[in-house]
Write a protein that binds this ligand. Structure first.
Ligand code: ASP
Length: 409
C-alpha cells in the first residue's frame, strides 16, 4: 500500500492527538507515564512550531514584497488593496454581529455571580489599556527599523516594510530588476523549505493536541458551559456556513473543494493557535492547493494573518457581553456599538499568537467600563477556545484570497 497523502496523515495526526490527549487526561498529569509522555510531546510540538517560526519572517518578507512587485504587471494594485481591506472588514463585521446577537439572545453569564470567581480574580492585575493608548501603540509599532523587526520577528513591522519595498520595486520598475529576481528566488526557496517542515506536521500537530487536551482545565470549561457553547456555536456557524457561503456565491468554489485545499492550514491553526506560525502552511495551501496566484496570495495571506481575524473579533465581542452579564451591567445600544467597534480594532491589532485576543480584550472591556480583571475568569479556558477561533482566522485569509482573485479578474 502506498503511503497516505500528507493531508490524510495530518488528519490522522490530529485525531490521534485528541484521543491520546483524552487518555492522558483520564490518567491525570501526575501519572508517571503521562509525565514522560507530556515531556516528549512538549519537545516535538515546540520543535514543529520553532521550525515554522524559523521560516516565517523570511517568508512574510519575500512574499509581500514580491507579491506587490508582481502586481505591477496587472496594474491592479489599487483594486487588490481596496477589495482585500473591504472584505476583511466585512467578514469581521459579520462575525461580530453573529457573536453579539447570540450573546444577547442566550445571555450567557446572566444569573451567575462574579463573586463565584473571586478566587480566579484574586491577585490578577490587568494591564490598563485604553483605546487611544492602544491606537498610539499600534501606530507606533507599524514602522520600525526593518533589520530590528526582522531580527525580533515582529511580523506586523515586517509586513509594513515589505509593503514599502514592494511599492518601491513597482515604482522603480526595470531599474531594480535584480533585487526583484533575487526576492522571487528567495521566496521560492523558502516555500521549498516549508515543504520540508510540513513533513513533520502530522507528528507536530499530534503532539500539540495531546498536550492541549491532556492539560485542559475541564472543570472551568463546564462551569462556563453556556458561554463556551455560544462562542463555539457562532464561531462554527461563521466558519462552516457563512464564510463558505460567501465564497461559493462570489467565486463558485464548493465548500468541499475549499475544505480539501484548506484543511492542512485549518488543522495546523487549530493545533498551534497561532495565525503567524500557521502562515507558511496557509500560503502553501492557498497557492498550491487552492490555486490562488502567488502575487495575490502573497499579499493577502500575510497581511490577513496579522490583521484579519474573524474568530478573534467574534470572541472579543461575545466575551465582553458575557462579562457584562456576569457583573450585571445592561449595555445600551450605544455601548453595544462601542463594543462592536472596539472588538474589530482589537482583533485587527491582536498579533497572530496564542491568546493574543485576551490581551487586546482588556481594551474592549474598558471601552464600556467593564472590569478588565474579569478576563481572569476566561484565561483558564482560553487555550481551548483559541484553537477554533484561530482556525477561523486563518480560513478568512484563504477565503479572502480566493475572493480577491475572482473580483479583480
Ligand atoms: N490566536 C489567535 C491567532 O493567532 C489570536 C487570538 O488570540 O485571538 O489568530
Amino acid at each position: 500500500m502506498s503511503k497516505p497523502s500528507l493531508n490524510i496523515q495530518i488528519l490522522i495526526g490530529a485525531v490521534a492527538g485528541v484521543l491520546i490527549g483524552l487518555y492522558f487526561h483520564g490518567l491525570g498529569v501526575a501519572h508517571p507515564m503521562v509525565k514522560d509522555g507530556l515531556y516528549t510531546v512538549g519537545l516535538v510540538g515546540t520543535l514543529f512550531i520553532d521550525l515554522l517560526k524559523m521560516i516565517l519572517v523570511p517568508l512574510v518578507f519575500c512574499s509581500i514584497a514580491v507579491g506587490i512587485a508582481n502586481l505591477r504587471q496587472h496594474r491592479q494594485i489599487h483594486r487588490v488593496w481596496v477589495t482585500t481591506l473591504l472584505f476583511f472588514v466585512l467578514t469581521m463585521a459579520i462575525a461580530i454581529v453573529l457573536g453579539m446577537s447570540a450573546s444577547l439572545y442566550f445571555k450567557p453569564g446572566a444569573g451567575m455571580h462574579i463573586a463565584m470567581f473571586q478566587g480566579a480574580m484574586q491577585g490578577f492585575e490587568a494591564k490598563q489599556m485604553a483605546l487611544p493608548e492602544f491606537f498610539a501603540q499600534f501606530l507606533h509599532g507599524l514602522f520600525v527599523n526593518p533589520f530590528a523587526a526582522l531580527a525580533k520577528g515582529d511580523v506586523l513591522a515586517v509586513v509594513m516594510f515589505a509593503l514599502v519595498l514592494g511599492i518601491a520595486l513597482v515604482v522603480g520598475g526595470e531599474r531594480y530588476k535584480n533585487i526583484h529576481n533575487l526576492l522571487q528566488e528567495a521566496l521560492e526557496i523558502t516555500m521549498h523549505i516549508v515543504g520540508w517542515v510540513m513533513r513533520l506536521a502530522p507528528l507536530g500537530i499530534a503532539a500539540l493536541l495531546i498536550k492541549l487536551v491532556a492539560t485542559q482545565d475541564a472543570a472551568m470549561l463546564s462551569t462556563l458551559a453556556k458561554f463556551v457553547a455560544v462562542v463555539v456555536g457562532t464561531t462554527l456557524l461563521h466558519g462552516a456556513v457563512i464564510l463558505p457561503m460567501l465564497l461559493y456565491f462570489i467565486t463558485g468554489t464548493s465548500p468541499l473543494k475549499f475544505w480539501r485545499g484548506a484543511r492542512e492550514a485549518l488543522i495546523t491553526a487549530f493545533a498551534t493557535s497561532s495565525s503567524s506560525a500557521t502562515l507558511p502552511v496557509t500560503l502553501r495551501c492557498t497557492t498550491q492547493h487552492l490555486r490562488v496566484k502567488p502575487e495575490i496570495a502573497g499579499f493577502v495571506v500575510p497581511l490577513g494573518a496579522t490583521i484579519n481575524m474573524d474568530g478573534t473579533a467574534l470572541y472579543e465581542a461575545a466575551a465582553a457581553l458575557f462579562i457584562a452579564n456576569l457583573v450585571g451591567v445592561e449595555l445600551n445600544f450605544t455601548q453595544q456599538l462601542v463594543v462592536f467597534m472596539t472588538a474589530m480594532i482589537a482583533a485587527i491589532g491582536a498579533p497572530g499568537i496564542p491568546s493574543a485576543g485576551m490581551v487586546t480584550m482588556v481594551m474592549v472591556l474598558q471601552s464600556v467600563g467593564l472590569p478588565a480583571e474579569a478576563i481572569a475568569i476566561l484565561l483558564p479556558i482560553d487555550r481551548a477556545l483559541d484553537t477554533l477561533r484561530t482556525s477561523v482566522n486563518v480560513e478568512g485569509d484563504m477565503v479572502t484570497s480566493l475572493v480577491v482573485q475572482k473580483l479583480i479578474k
